[in-house]
Design a protein around this ligand. Structure first.
Ligand SMILES: Cc1cc2nc3c(=O)[nH]c(=O)nc-3n(C[C@H](O)[C@H](O)[C@H](O)COP(=O)(O)OP(=O)(O)OC[C@H]3O[C@@H](n4cnc5c(N)ncnc54)[C@H](O)[C@@H]3O)c2cc1C
Length: 472
């Protein structure tokens, strides 16, 4: 057993807040904005110096569909749609209603790749900062949540570390938006990880941007290879046959056009067997990720039409983590719910993305054969409420779902929508002096609808207000 030491220190309590949101990715943005707009004194802490998480500092994008799979109804609205519209107004995004399937914005993919939102990560950072400021949220950047304060079964705050030292923040309700479920894990919530058979998780990828691409040549390549499910499967197979294989475990590449001509974000590396909740493993993933990017650039130059003069713009500030810990909540969203579109009395968000499981062990995908998500399906509030621990909610990548259902709900639009639901519920819990477990679901749903969320056709959806855009 590793040596341990006991260590005592006095830590200043720097804040008392109603709602503390830990993690400023898409879930954290949704949670903090919703909590503050519903009257809660709200604090948001984030370990990096910008909001957006995987979608900004991780360079991942576009936002996958916020519509139903058929592309007829926008089913993720609320804070997510406000964010997108504000980004679009400044030229930093294209609204998903304008994006058909099969375009360079969705890596020429047709199946389940309509109505994506191309955006500039800088626009996301900027608009998120503005929305947080306008809502009067106390934002603490460069602040890492290191431990949890608990009284009985309830979370009462956290210990953070930052350049000012170690600090305590007291909170009435904490919303865990860390992706990895750090707060829930430290608070003793039962957690799930990976697939049930062996715990293996979807691989990580180091996202990167590539410039200097001949857009027309890429479009022409695609026209000539209409049966390729994903881009560049043919050159990958041909190079392998020649004895010069791509030394990255991929049999196709994702290249998503950005807002700039000739520039694409690459979803092309594959980091197998790493665990983002183990610092040594995470460190090795970052290092291997950057090595894979170099190998991919070699391959692009040599084998990919239109990419002979491509250059590396940048890699993510951190590797992209598809899957790690999830809370075990009052309800574990099941693959059957995603396939059969189960109607939940406590629906708080909807999604229309397909079941997308990158193979944890090699190339290709690992969805169970024949299993297909419904056109649109619901996410219940109970999937945000952890078992055993009170005064805590979880949203985004760490919500409660089985491994296969998680493959569908893990993308950014539902991350923001579940964050918005969790933040709204946290504010209602504070207002009524109850635990999040006891929040009146009717009131939560009516509040979400009034602020522009969509909960399905059986709820009357008021016209979402046109979001305010400050003059800039
Ligand atoms: C390689 C890859 C490709 C993907 N492709 C797409 C795509 O094209 N489109 C799409 O919509 N989705 C995609 N996804 C999924 C999607 O990006 C994520 O699941 C989603 O962004 C998760 O949002 P989140 O807010 O839950 O978590 P995150 O984005 O991970 O945000 C968590 C935030 O919490 C912070 N944090 C974590 N721990 C702490 C701590 N202890 N203290 C303080 N701060 C902390 C982090 O810095 C981060 O900002 C992809 C994911 C990956 C990894």
């Amino acid at each position: 057993m590793a040596e341990t030491i006991r260590w005592n220190n006095e830590v200043p309590v720097v804040r008392q807040t109603d709602v503390l949101v830990v993690g400023g990715g898409m879930a954290g943005i949704g949670a903090a904005v919703a909590a503050a707009r519903n009257g809660a004194n709200t604090t948001l802490i984030e370990q990096y110096g910008a909001l957006g998480g995987t979608g900004s500092t991780g360079l991942v994008g576009p936002f996958m569909t916020s519509f139903d799979e058929k592309g007829t109804v926008q089913i993720v609205r609320g804070v997510f749609d406000e964010l997108v519209r504000r980004m679009a107004k400044t030229g930093g995004a294209v609204h998903p209603s304008q994006v058909p399937p099969g375009t360079p914005y969705s890596s020429f993919t047709v199946y389940a790749h309509g109505n994506v939102t191309p955006y500039d990560p800088e626009a996301l950072k900027l608009v998120a900062d503005e929305m947080i400021e306008e809502a009067g949220i106390h934002l603490m950047y460069h602040t890492f949540m290191a431990d949890v304060l608990k009284e009985g079964d309830g979370v009462r705050g956290v210990i953070v570390v930052n350049k000012s030292g170690m600090q305590a923040i007291r909170a009435k309700v904490v919303v865990d938006c860390t992706g990895d479920g750090d707060v829930a894990y430290l608070a003793g919530v039962p957690m799930a990880k990976g697939r049930p058979s062996d715990g293996k998780m979807q691989p990580m990828s180091m996202f990167f941007r590539v410039g200097g691409i001949d857009d027309a040549a890429l479009v022409e390549y695609r026209r000539q290879h209409p049966t390729e499910r994903n881009l560049f499967a043919t050159p990958i197979a041909e190079a392998k046959a020649k004895g010069d294989p791509l030394n990255v475990p991929r049999d196709n590449l994702g290249l998503y056009q950005t807002m700039r001509p000739g520039e694409y974000r690459a979803n092309a590396s594959r980091l197998l067997g790493y665990d983002s909740t183990d610092v040594d493993s995470l460190t090795q993933a970052e290092i291997e990720g950057r090595k894979q990017v170099q190998e991919l650039m070699r391959f692009f130059h040599k084998y990919c039409p239109g990419m002979q003069n491509a250059y590396l713009v940048d890699t993510g500030a951190h590797v992209g983590v598809r899957e790690s810990r999830r809370i075990v909540g009052e309800y574990v969203l099941r693959v059957e719910d995603v396939v059969e579109a189960t109607e939940f009395p406590d629906v708080i968000a909807m999604n229309g993305f397909f079941i997308d499981i990158h193979n944890p062990e090699g190339v290709g995908k690992a969805e169970p054969p024949g299993v297909r998500a419904a056109n649109a399906y619901e996410i219940p509030y109970r999937s945000l409420v952890p078992l055993k621990v009170d005064q805590l909610l979880a949203a985004g990548r760490c919500l409660s779902a089985d491994h296969v259902a998680f493959g569908a709900v893990r993308v950014m639009p539902p991350a923001c929508a579940t964050g918005e639901a969790a933040g709204t519920a946290a504010a209602l819990a504070v207002k009524h002096g109850v635990t999040p477990r006891r929040v009146p679901v009717d009131e939560l749903q009516q509040t979400l609808l009034a602020q522009g969320a969509y909960l399905g056709a059986r709820f009357a959806t008021p016209q979402a207000p046109e979001p305010p855009v400050p003059g800039r």
